[in-house]
Design a binder for this molecule. Structure first.
Ligand SMILES: [Ca+2]
Ligand SMILES: [Ca+2]
Length: 482
C-alpha cells in the first residue's frame, strides 16, 4: 500500500517534471524548422494550429515582435491550473499582429478612378494605408430624410432613381433615439422601399437614413463595393491614388484567436489584433483564460466571451464598430482596460440596442479600473451583482441619445463605486428627427431599475465616490439620481 501511494505521488508530480516546450514563430521562419528556438522558428499560425494535443500544459507559443500574420489562431489544446499554455511575444519592437485582412493585389482599372481586384473571401471592410474606407453609399455624406416609414416600408420623394433601382441595397436608418438599424431592400417601387423589418414604426417623423452597397453608387474617392458572385472588390482610392502603389487591405477573417468549446487555463498576452470581422478574441465556453496587455483595434468586436472565470486586464481597445467587449460570463474579472473611439460609425453596430463599450450580464462579475473614451452609445452595461468600481466613462452617447455613461439592468446586489462619468452637453444629431436637445442620462437604465432612468440636464460630471467612503447599491443610486 505504501508503495502504491508513493507511485501515485510520483505520477502526480510527473507533469511538473516534463520539460515545457517553447515554440517560436517568425515571418522569416519556416514550417519545416523544429520551431523550438529563435534560430529555427516556424513561419505560420497554421503550423501552430496543427499542434493539436501535442501542445501541452506549460508550453508557450511566442510570435516575433514586429511581425504580422494574416491568419486565424485556433487554440489547439488546454493547459492546467498549475501550468497554463501561453500565447505571447518574443524579441523587441511592436506587438506581433494577428490580422483578419488580406493585402489586396493584382488590381486592374475598371472605369475612371475605380479599380478592381479579385478577393476570394467575402469582404466586410476595406482599409487604405490603415484607414477604414466607406462601403459605396448614397448620399456620399450626410443623411436623407424619410417622408413616411414603418417597420418594412420607407417612402421618400427624394428617391428619384426609379423603380427597382434600390433592390438589393442595404439601408441604414435611425429608428429610435437609441438605435440605428440596418435593413435589406427587397423591393423598390417608385419612391417606396420595401425592406426587412426594423421593428419600428416611425410614421411621418422624418428620420435620417442612407443607402449603400450598390456598385453604381461607388462614385467618390474612398468608396468600395464587393461583388460576391464574381469575388470582385471595386475601390476608388483617396486622392485618386493607384491602389497598387498603396496598402489596401480587405477584412475577411472572423476571429483572431478562437477558443473552441471549453478550452481552459490559457494565457494570451502581448499580442495585437486587427481587422477581424466578428471578434478579435472569441472565448467559447472557456474558463480560466487570461487575456492581458493585448491590443484590439480596427475590428468589429474586441472580445466576445461565453464562459466563466476569465481574467481580462490591461488591454487597449480602439476603433471597434460593434459593442467592443461582450462578456456572457459568470465570475470573470475585467480590469484596467482602455477603450477609445468605440462604435462611432452608424450602421456598423448592432440593430435595436448596442453600440456599447462593454456589456456583461452574468453573476459574480468584477469590472474595475477601466477607461472609456468616446463611445457611440453607452460606455458600459452591467447587470446582477456586478462589482463595478473606479471606472471612468468620458463622452458616451457620441452618436446616439437616450442612454447614459453606465446602464444598469437586472441589478441584484450590485455595487457601483468610485466611478466617474463625463458627458458632453447634448447636441442635435444629424440623423435625429428634430429634437434640438437630446435627452441624456448620466446613469441610464432599462427595466429593473427604472427609477434611475431620470434625465440629468445640467451636469457633466458624476462625482467620484471613494470606495471606502460609500458602497452604493443600485437602490441608493436610483434615489441619488432623481
Ligand atoms: Ca457614393
Ligand atoms: Ca424626405
Amino acid at each position: 500500500m505504501k508503495i502504491r501511494r508513493t507511485l501515485l505521488a510520483a505520477l502526480a508530480l510527473f507533469p511538473l517534471l516534463v520539460q515545457a516546450t517553447v515554440y517560436y514563430v517568425s515571418p522569416s521562419g519556416s514550417d519545416t524548422n523544429n520551431g523550438t528556438s529563435t534560430s529555427t522558428p516556424w513561419r505560420t499560425i497554421s503550423k501552430v494550429n496543427g499542434l493539436g494535443s501535442s501542445l501541452h500544459a506549460g508550453d508557450q507559443v511566442l510570435f516575433q515582435r514586429g511581425g504580422m500574420w494574416r491568419e486565424k489562431l485556433n487554440v489547439p489544446n488546454s493547459g492546467s491550473t498549475a501550468s497554463k499554455i501561453t500565447f505571447g511575444a518574443y524579441g523587441t519592437g511592436a506587438e506581433p499582429i494577428i490580422s483578419g485582412s488580406v493585402a489586396v493585389t493584382n488590381w486592374t482599372l475598371h472605369s475612371g478612378n475605380i479599380w478592381k481586384a479579385t478577393v476570394t473571401s467575402a469582404v466586410k471592410q476595406v482599409y487604405f494605408n490603415g484607414t477604414m474606407q466607406n462601403l459605396a453609399r448614397y448620399p456620399n455624406t450626410g443623411w436623407l430624410r424619410t417622408d413616411v416609414s414603418n417597420s418594412t416600408s420607407t417612402t421618400d420623394a427624394a428617391l428619384t432613381q426609379g423603380s427597382s433601382y434600390w433592390n438589393g441595397a442595404t439601408m441604414v436608418l435611425r429608428t429610435t433615439n437609441w438605435s440605428y438599424d440596418t435593413a435589406f431592400v427587397t423591393a423598390n417601387s417608385g419612391t417606396t422601399l420595401t425592406h426587412t423589418s426594423t421593428g419600428n414604426n416611425n410614421g411621418a417623423q422624418q428620420w435620417g437614413y442612407f443607402l449603400r452597397n450598390k456598385l453604381s453608387q461607388l462614385d467618390a474617392a474612398g468608396e468600395w463595393f464587393y461583388d460576391r458572385p464574381t469575388s470582385t472588390l471595386y475601390f476608388w482610392c483617396p486622392g485618386n491614388a493607384n491602389p497598387a502603389s498603396n496598402l489596401v487591405e480587405a477584412a475577411v477573417l472572423d476571429f483572431g484567436i478562437y477558443f473552441s468549446y471549453q478550452r481552459h487555463d490559457i494565457i494570451v498576452t502581448n499580442l495585437a489584433f486587427q481587422h477581424q470581422i466578428d471578434a478579435s478574441v472569441r472565448l467559447s465556453g472557456t474558463y480560466n483564460v487570461e487575456v492581458s496587455y493585448c491590443k484590439m483595434q480596427d475590428t468589429q468586436r474586441a472580445i466576445y466571451s461565453t464562459g466563466a472565470t476569465q481574467n481580462i486586464h490591461h488591454n487597449t481597445i480602439t476603433r471597434n464598430y460593434q459593442t467592443a467587449v461582450y462578456l456572457l460570463d459568470n465570475n470573470s474579472t475585467f480590469s484596467y482596460n482602455t477603450f477609445t473611439d468605440i462604435c462611432l460609425w452608424p450602421g456598423l453596430g448592432e440593430n435595436n440596442w448596442g453600440y456599447f463599450g462593454l456589456r456583461c450580464n452574468g453573476t459574480g462579475m468584477v469590472v474595475s479600473d477601466n477607461r472609456f473614451q468616446n463611445t457611440g452609445y453607452i460606455g458600459m452595461v452591467i447587470e446582477k451583482n456586478t462589482l463595478a468600481e473606479r471606472n471612468v466613462v468620458r463622452n458616451p452617447l457620441a452618436i446616439l441619445n437616450d442612454g447614459g455613461g453606465i446602464a444598469i439592468d437586472n441589478a441584484d446586489g450590485m455595487i457601483l463605486a468610485g466611478t466617474s462619468c463625463w458627458t458632453r452637453w447634448a447636441t442635435s444629431r444629424a440623423s435625429h428627427r428634430s429634437t434640438p436637445i437630446s435627452f441624456r442620462w448620466r446613469m441610464g437604465s432599462t427595466s429593473a431599475t427604472s427609477a434611475s432612468r431620470t434625465p440629468w440636464w445640467n451636469t457633466t460630471r458624476w462625482p467620484t465616490v471613494p470606495r471606502a467612503a460609500s458602497m452604493w447599491t443600485t437602490r441608493w443610486l436610483a434615489l441619488a439620481t432623481r
